[in-house]
Design a protein around this ligand. Structure first.
Ligand SMILES: CC/C=C\C/C=C/C(=O)SCCNC(=O)CCNC(=O)[C@H](O)C(C)(C)COP(=O)(O)OP(=O)(O)OC[C@H]1O[C@@H](n2cnc3c(N)ncnc32)[C@H](O)[C@@H]1OP(=O)(O)O
Length: 76
């Protein structure tokens, strides 16, 4: 999943959390999209930080989840 947090000042944080390597599954992709939508509708947010969890950023797309490519390309 991807957790949205409104930080101090003008910052929003989207944390990718999908152990063990925070890979981007369809669920994570939807979480990123939801977080971006929250940030974009909060007009006090000036910057969005995307980070990983447990000391790792992300291993990229989740192998064996080909639906990620479909969802990334076809979702409005
Ligand atoms: C949204 C679509 C749009 C754009 C296209 C995107 C394309 C890409 O993202 S391409 C990049 C794809 N990712 C990779 O090729 C990374 C592959 N992984 C690695 O190189 C390494 O695993 C690592 C450097 C990320 C970590 O190395 P290390 O610390 O030595 O750990 P392990 O290799 O033992 O891996 C631990 C554990 O994680 C699983 N894993 C690793 N990568 C992925 C992944 N991408 N998806 C799902 N799972 C992954 C790995 O299988 C191990 O699992 P087990 O412990 O169960 O064996």
């Amino acid at each position: 999943m991807a957790e949205y947090t409104r930080l101090w000042n003008c910052l929003a944080l989207i944390r990718l959390r999908n152990p063990p390597v925070n890979s981007i599954s369809t669920a994570v992709l939807h979480g990123i999209k939801a977080g971006l939508q929250k940030a974009l509708t909060d007009h006090t947010v000036k910057a969005i930080v995307i980070c990983g969890a447990d000391g790792k950023f992300s291993a990229g797309v989740q192998v064996c989840d080909s639906s990620v490519f479909y969802n990334a390309q076809c979702s409005p």
